[in-house]
Design a protein around this ligand. Structure first.
Ligand SMILES: Cc1cc2nc3c(=O)[nH]c(=O)nc-3n(C[C@H](O)[C@H](O)[C@H](O)COP(=O)(O)O)c2cc1C
Length: 179
């Protein structure tokens, strides 16, 4: 918790693409949260080494674990690639298994993809394995994400915007319950 009493939320996009629709979802969620939370957007997924716990964790892994540990909540927005979770996101999550930064952590998951149901289900399973604190209200599947954006890449679909707002509010409420 920051000194200004705002919870710290780390937002992670599962996409490394420069024109990522999930980055857009994160930007919108951060905008919706900014009055009530300190949002830190973590952009380091691409710098994490492939998971291998027979070696000492390097600086990138240590920094990633620290930012998660010091947060009050986590927001993950992810696409689905080839019917699965993007490898870079799964790799990052694997780095937290033994160190436990996500155990009981209030977490929101938004999967934004063309379909996305398989990655969404797989991520929820992984969050169960990690013992994160994720609820029905803090998880959202947005299918056909591109059709909900305009040519400039902004989310313009009102129902989608309201759903994202509901998830961010539910995450704030969940954080309050564990304070
Ligand atoms: C390599 C690749 C594989 C994809 N495979 C799937 C898929 O299996 N299921 C799906 O729903 N969407 C799939 N998509 C579509 C993406 O989920 C969709 O384009 C999404 O907006 C990408 O998110 P991003 O822009 O944040 O990277 C794929 C896209 C790419 C680039």
């Amino acid at each position: 918790m920051k000194q200004n009493n705002k919870p710290v939320i780390v937002a992670i996009s599962g996409s490394l693409r420069s024109n990522s629709s999930n980055n857009t979802v994160i930007q919108l969620a951060a905008e919706l949260l900014k009055e009530k939370a300190e949002v830190i957007i973590y952009n380091g997924l691409g710098q994490l080494p492939h998971f291998d716990d027979s070696k000492e964790p390097n600086e990138a892994v240590t920094a990633f674990r620290k930012i998660l540990k010091e947060s009050d909540g986590v927001l993950i927005c992810s696409p689905e690639y080839a019917f699965g979770v993007p490898g870079s996101l799964k790799n990052a999550l694997d780095w937290t298994v033994s160190s436990g930064e996500l155990v009981y952590k209030p977490l929101a998951l938004i999967t934004a993809a063309t379909g996305g149901d398989k990655a969404h289900a797989a991520l929820l399973n992984t969050f169960t394995a990690l013992s994160t604190n994720v609820t029905e209200d803090t998880s959202l599947l947005i299918s056909y994400i591109r059709s909900k954006m305009n040519a400039e890449g902004m989310i313009i679909d009102t129902t989608t915007i309201v759903s994202i707002k509901n998830v961010t509010n539910a995450l704030l409420e969940l954080i309050k319950t564990v304070e």
